[in-house]
Write a protein that binds this ligand. Structure first.
Ligand code: NAI
Length: 341
């Protein structure tokens, strides 16, 4: 099959080439898919997309006009794809739902520890030959309460890691998993209860109409004063301007982000020549208690290998006229969150 791979970064091209093993003609395009770049898919039956690509209805319509029939998303999150539009256009879409929940969960822990133990400041001080410890006091994770918003694959792995640290775990999810509670002692509660009781809150729910700005000014006001918020899920689950205000007022003690509400067109690219590519992000980064990484939580060798293998499995299936293992359908009906007593 001829496949145009958009947002094809150098670090993943070798993995995809190895997985395809000559069975598919992969055309790597470094720029993201958009209405302006869609024409580069001419002659391809499939496109392979990442989170930075725009697969909204007009872009999908353009791809369909060009003869594209398959959309292989090289990620778990697929909020960038308009699934109802894809279904209307007869485009088949698949994602890679699980490639390494460990990669993302471990990165969330890295953010927590780096913020708590002030590793950014410590590194800067040491490089200036300032070996004093003032301003570097942290806290034990042991015995602290951590609230997980979204307790699926990644949230579940994180619960296991934090259980090992000796944390008390709370969870908020539309589909509670009793086995996770059994394994880690995680207790499902309502969102306000989770916010009021947690020293650290970590977001692992997907972005949807229900979760967009789930964490807004009202909810941030219910956080324990000085709490830490970590988001490695999707940027728009958090109202970033409200988070900045909560940091400035002292309500929020720490903020660790791997995803950012306005990351499209910013992350994964070199903007060094621009003075202020994103003023809101700059304001966040000026806060001493903020740590941001540019959507790199997934970026481990193991994850890249698994993403490539599953993506090529999907292409193999489609080339043989079979359904792919992880085909996506338009959103199912909304479930109401459930909490245990
Ligand atoms: P998953 O589907 O296994 O788990 C998501 C959980 O969220 C499920 O238990 C689901 O019931 C719950 N959920 C859904 N809607 C909810 C709502 N309205 N309120 C509360 N809970 C809700 O997904 P997985 O693999 O754990 O990934 C989670 C998210 O992490 C992805 O959707 C993606 O956006 C993000 N992600 C980020 C990466 C990064 O590099 N930063 C890499 C991979 C995923």
């Amino acid at each position: 099959m001829h496949v145009t791979v958009f947002s094809a970064h150098a670090y993943e091209q070798p993995h995809l080439t190895a997985a395809a093993a000559g069975r598919h003609a992969l055309r790597f395009v470094e720029t993201p898919l958009s209405l302006g770049t869609a024409a580069q898919a001419a002659g391809s039956q499939a496109v392979a997309l990442f989170t930075s690509d725009d697969a909204s209805a007009p872009v999908l319509a353009r791809l369909a006009e060009l003869g594209v029939r398959y959309v292989a998303v090289r990620a778990a999150g697929h909020d960038q794809v308009d699934l109802p539009a894809a279904a209307r256009l007869g485009l088949r879409v698949a994602n890679v739902p699980a490639y390494s929940p460990y990669a993302v969960a471990e990165h969330a822990v890295a953010l927590m520890l780096a913020l708590n133990r002030r590793l950014r400041q410590a590194d800067q001080q040491l490089r200036r030959h300032d070996y004093r410890l003032d301003g570097l006091v942290g806290f034990d994770l042991h015995g602290k309460t951590v609230g997980l918003i979204g307790c699926g694959r990644i949230g579940g792995v994180l619960a296991g890691i934090l259980h090992g640290f000796g944390c008390r775990l709370l969870g908020y999810d539309v589909q509670p998993d009793p086995a996770l509670s059994q394994r880690t002692g995680l207790r499902y509660v309502s969102l306000p209860e989770l916010c009021a009781a947690s020293d650290i809150i970590s977001v692992h729910a997907p972005l949807s109409a229900e979760t967009r700005h789930l964490i807004d000014a009202d909810l941030l006001a219910q956080f324990k004063p000085g709490a830490m918020l970590i988001n490695t899920g999707r940027g728009a689950v958090l109202d970033t301007a409200a988070a900045l205000a909560a940091l400035q007022s002292g309500r929020l003690g720490y903020l660790g982000l791997d995803v950012y509400e306005h990351e499209r067109g910013l992350f994964f690219e070199d903007h060094r020549q621009e003075a202020t590519p994103d003023p809101l992000l700059d304001k966040l980064l000026q806060q001493p208690n903020v740590l941001v990484t540019g959507h790199q939580a997934f970026l481990t060798r193991e994850a890249l290998g698994n993403i490539a293998t599953t993506t090529v499995d999907h292409l193999d299936a489609w080339a043989q006229g079979q359904p792919a293992a992880h085909e996506l359908q338009p959103a199912p009906p909304v479930l109401q969150p459930v909490c245990s007593p």
